[in-house]
Design a protein around this ligand. Structure first.
Ligand SMILES: [Zn+2]
Length: 179
């Protein structure tokens, strides 16, 4: 935790900042409020649950939704790695399903501390707005990604049936070459 006034690291349980002497009453509540603002939707689930079911159901879209772009890129590229890619992809999503919530909260706390340190002395409302912009969710990106995946899947399905239809219409002599 960090002092809102001077940016000094605060020792857990202190009532006043050891550097500038500011009263820390209510600071804990404010930190939780900032965390709630950062996480946005489903804050209570993030804090109370270890397992994240969305991570198993829609890993890529969910990473976009939570603005974890680093993991999104990793999950996007992994399946194209020959031989082990798909297996590693499933192992990683499984690990993330159990570790993402805690990891995300830690990242959120770090981000909030960073924002606090860079904006010492600003009003709590302004601070909340900065935190909300940094955190929160990106539903639009997740929806666009999902639509692209659905379109590509449909295209592949159509292409597959088209090729199948084309092969079945071939004269018997064509098949004799192969069989
Ligand atoms: Zn201080």
């Amino acid at each position: 935790m960090i002092c809102n006034n001077c940016g000094n690291n605060i020792v857990e349980g202190d009532k006043f900042c050891r550097n500038c002497g500011m009263s820390l009453k209510g600071e804990n509540n404010f930190d939780e409020e900032l965390l709630r603002v950062y996480v946005g939707k489903n804050y209570d689930k993030f804090v109370s649950r270890k397992f994240n079911v969305y991570m198993l159901m829609y890993p890529n879209a969910y990473m976009l939704y939570r603005k974890s772009y680093k993991y999104f890129i990793i999950l996007l590229v992994l399946p194209f790695v020959p031989l082990i890619g798909i297996m590693v992809y499933f192992v990683l999503t499984f690990i993330l399903a159990f570790s993402f919530n805690e990891m995300y909260l830690n990242e959120a706390r770090d981000a909030i501390n960073g924002i606090k340190q860079r904006n010492l002395g600003i009003s709590s409302d302004a601070l909340k707005e900065l935190v909300a912009n940094k955190g929160g969710t990106n539903l639009v990106a997740a929806i666009i990604y999902s639509l692209i995946v659905i379109c590509l899947s449909l295209l592949m399905l159509v292409a597959f049936y088209y090729v199948l239809w084309w092969l079945l219409r071939m004269p018997v002599s064509f098949w004799n070459v192969w069989i």
